[in-house]
Structure formats: structure tokens, C-alpha cells
Ligand binder design. Structure first.
Ligand code: SF4
Length: 439
């Protein structure tokens, strides 16, 4: 590795980044001042605060100072990626909470109202709280035969929160909505008892919020398990805080930990979440990517397709091209999940397919490692493979690219075309009485 000999990091447009730049989070107490910078008046700012009472808000100085184009805010896609918007929730709910904030109601009353709104937002889609969870093992999901997800207790926050996050319920301070574990011994025991599991995904939140001394407590015991072929880390730190791999005090130690994983013969798959091409413009990101790759890890990229943030083919084709040029592997375009502000951010499946197709056809074959648009639904990952016409009727062609019932993986099926459909539950089977996962 050449970690310690790397040139000093540079920021956007080659601007030197201070080597000592330390992470600084912005939370609800900074929200009013920050959105004023986007030109919002008092009522709009109050509505924004009302939404941030229900859904989580957190960003940081790097996102605010380096990524957001404030001259375009509040329409700027990165602004929309991290700042709540008034119409993310139904008007009546926003008005109710805004009234309580205006009256400076007791915090308990405000929190009770926020809780009631949250309960209407399907906080745990795809049965994640119970369907795939082994008995009494909150914080572990055995999602597919070969894949287990682990939610480390100290990793259940992020360097910034995405407005569209499907894990939003982890961050709102309601213990009953949260799942996490620090029982690494329990995880190891579970894996030994389930030798079919070959891959563990450490996820959050963002596991890279953990310092190296904590992260290694979770990773090192896994290196002893011969059955494990890969360890995945799901993270948006390359977009929200690339300093984590370059200038943070434990950046080098973290990379040495990554190197121990690959030297143990495991594939370390760093699952990087990039939502918009601008997140990759900084030279600091290029440097962080190179440093991660220098450990032998691979970086695969994924993100959901989000209305008003990245709902056009050119953003996706330029992301995939750039990722490919940087040696990353485009992996998934997801459909916005059926939780939280889905009504606000979702792109209809028919349009999602068109965006995917137009982006996919405009990149070279080497970028076409990407799959999508894919719904992470209760039966598994359902990909919209196309729209076709059979017997004079328009149909969606669908396929399970991953499934809880392994015998269904790869199974194609059809649904009646519906231009408004945004999720699997909106679809009706075609050319069969039932979908294959309903049989
Ligand atoms: S980085 Fe991932 S877990 Fe964190 S807020 Fe964004 S989507 Fe959610």
C-alpha cells in the first residue's frame, strides 16, 4: 500500500483541502439558519422544521460548503438530497406540527404528534422488523439464503441523512422503531450454525461513522470464518465525508483493517451510495476511492432513483461512466421504497424503466454491470426488465434477481402495465393468476 505517501488531498476544482478538516455535523438546531440561506421565508422555514420534527435531519459542513450549489437552492439536487421539503408529508400533518411549533407547545406534545405521523409512513417496509429476523436477534436480518445483514449498534447514524432514506425510522430517536446489535459473538454463532451464509453485509445507518477501533471489533471475528466469501460494507461516506478515508485521524488504520480483510482471503465489497454525479467531482473523492482500492477492496455503486434529485438518464449515465473510469463497479439502480416520503420522491415504474434504459443504452458495455430499476420488496429484489406488448396489451416484464425463496431467483413474470404504479403492491399479475411468490 502507498497510503502514507499519497499526495495531499485536493477538493473541488483542485482546491486544497485542509488536512486537519474535522467533521462538523449540522442538526435541527441549525436548520432554520441554513434554509434561510436558500431564500425560504418564515412560513416555509416553519414548514421545513415541521417536516424535520417527523423525519430525521442531519448534514455536515462538507456537504453544505462543498457540495450544495446555494445559488440554485432550494431546487439544487444536493440541497434536496439533505434538506427536508415542506411537501414531503401531507399538508394537514405539516400544518398540525407547524402549529404546535408556532405555539411552542410542550416537547412531549410535539413528539406525540410526530409519532402519530410516523406511524402512517410504513416505518418498516418489506417486513424488516420481523420477517427475516432470527429469534431474539434484533439487529440481524437473514435476508437471503446466502446473505446476512448486520446492523452494528454504533453504526446507526450517517454523516448526513438523505431526505428519501428508507431507513429513516432508525434515526428518529424512537427505541421501538430501531434495530441494532452489538452482539458480535451472537452473529458469529449464528453464522456457524448457518453454513450456507457466504456473505455478511454490515449496514446502518452508515458503518463508516464508526471509528476504526469500534469497526474492527465487528469485522475481525468474521475473518476467522472459512464459510464467508465476502464482507460488504454499505456506506455513503465517499459522498458525504470522503475525509473518512484520507485525512481523518484513523483513516490509515481503517485502510489497514480493510487490507486485513482482503489478506484473509475475503472479498471486501464496499457498497458505495452515490445519488448524483456532483458527489464524485471532488478530487478528495478520487483519492479516497484509490486508497480504498489500494487495500484490495472492490467498490460497487448503488442508489435509488429519486424524483427531483436524479430522475433523468444523463445523471445516471454520467455517474456510471465516472464510476467506471474511477475503477468502481456500477451495481444497482433502486426504486424508491414504500416507506417515509415515498409519495413525494417515487418515480413511476414505467418512467423508471425508461430512465434506466436510456442511461444503460448510452454507456459502454463495461458500465453495464448495473442492474435495475430494482424494488427491494418483501419477496426479494424485483427488477423491471422492460415493457412489452402481448396479445395487444402492454405489460411489465419483471424478474426476481434475488429472492427469500431461493428457488424463485431468476424467475421472470408479467404484470399489467399501469403508468401510475410505483411499487410491486400497485401491480396486478398478467398471463397468470398470481405472481410466482404468491404461489
Ligand atoms: S446514507 Fe443511507 S442510511 Fe444514511 S440516510 Fe442516506 S440512505 Fe439512509
Amino acid at each position: 500500500m502507498t497510503l502514507l505517501n499519497d499526495a495531499p488531498p485536493a477538493g473541488l476544482a483542485g482546491t486544497p483541502v485542509r488536512a486537519t478538516q474535522r467533521f462538523r455535523a449540522y442538526t435541527n438546531k441549525h436548520l432554520d439558519e441554513l434554509v434561510a440561506r436558500a431564500g425560504l421565508g418564515p412560513e416555509a422555514r416553519l414548514a421545513t422544521r415541521a417536516v424535520a420534527t417527523v423525519l430525521p435531519f442531519r448534514t455536515n459542513a462538507y456537504v453544505v460548503d462543498e457540495l450544495i450549489d446555494w445559488s440554485a437552492a432550494p431546487d439544487d439536487p444536493i440541497y434536496r438530497l439533505v434538506f427536508p421539503q415542506a411537501d414531503m408529508l401531507p399538508d394537514s400533518d405539516v400544518a398540525r406540527i407547524a402549529d404546535l411549533l408556532r405555539q411552542e407547545a410542550p416537547p412531549k406534545e410535539i413528539q406525540r404528534a410526530a409519532h402519530e405521523v410516523r406511524m402512517k409512513l410504513n416505518p418498516h417496509p418489506a417486513g424488516q422488523m420481523d420477517l427475516n429476523v432470527p429469534d431474539e436477534m434484533q439487529g440481524i436480518q437473514h435476508k437471503y439464503r446466502e446473505t446476512v445483514l448486520f446492523f452494528p449498534k454504533q453504526g446507526q447514524t450517517c454523516h448526513a441523512y438523505c431526505t428519501y432514506c428508507f431507513r429513516w425510522a432508525q434515526f428518529v430517536g424512537e427505541p421501538d422503531l430501531k434495530f441494532a446489535s452489538d452482539d458480535i459473538d451472537g452473529l458469529v454463532e449464528y453464522l456457524v450454525a448457518h453454513p450456507d451464509v457466504t456473505s455478511v453485509l454490515i449496514t446502518g445507518g452508515d458503518p463508516m461513522i464508526m471509528g476504526e477501533t469500534v469497526l474492527k471489533r465487528y469485522i475481525e471475528p468474521l475473518l476467522e470464518l472459512p464459510q464467508l466469501e465476502s464482507i460488504r460494507i454499505g456506506s455513503k461516506a465517499l459522498a458525504y465525508w470522503p475525509q473518512r478515508f484520507v485525512t481523518d485521524p484513523d483513516a490509515d488504520a481503517t485502510l489497514r483493517l480493510f487490507e486485513r480483510v482482503t489478506k484473509a482471503g475475503k472479498n471486501l465489497a464496499f457498497m458505495a451510495h452515490f445519488s448524483h454525479p456532483r458527489e464524485m467531482e471532488s478530487q478528495l473523492v478520487s483519492q479516497a476511492v484509490r486508497r480504498i482500492q489500494s487495500t484490495g477492496a472492490t467498490i460497487r455503486t448503488q442508489a435509488p432513483l429519486i424524483r427531483s434529485i436524479n430522475d433523468n438518464p444523463s445523471d445516471w449515465s454520467s455517474m456510471w461512466r465516472q464510476q467506471h473510469a474511477m475503477g468502481m463497479i456500477p451495481y444497482y439502480m433502486f426504486v424508491e421504497r414504500d416507506t417515509g416520503p415515498q409519495d413525494y420522491f417515487a418515480v413511476p415504474l414505467g418512467r423508471a424503466y425508461e430512465i434506466f434504459r436510456d442511461a444503460y443504452t448510452s454507456v459502454s458495455g463495461l458500465c453495464r454491470t448495473v442492474r435495475g430499476p430494482s424494488m427491494s420488496a418483501t419477496p426479494g429484489k424485483v427488477c423491471v426488465d422492460g415493457v412489452t406488448e402481448i396479445n395487444g396489451e402492454r405489460l411489465f416484464m419483471l424478474r426476481l434477481i434475488q429472492a427469500r425463496d431461493a428457488s424463485l431467483v431468476g424467475r421472470p413474470f408479467f404484470a399489467h402495465y399501469d403508468p401510475e404504479a410505483k411499487w410491486l403492491s400497485d401491480l396486478k399479475p398478467a398471463l397468470a393468476d398470481k405472481f410466482p411468490f404468491e404461489e
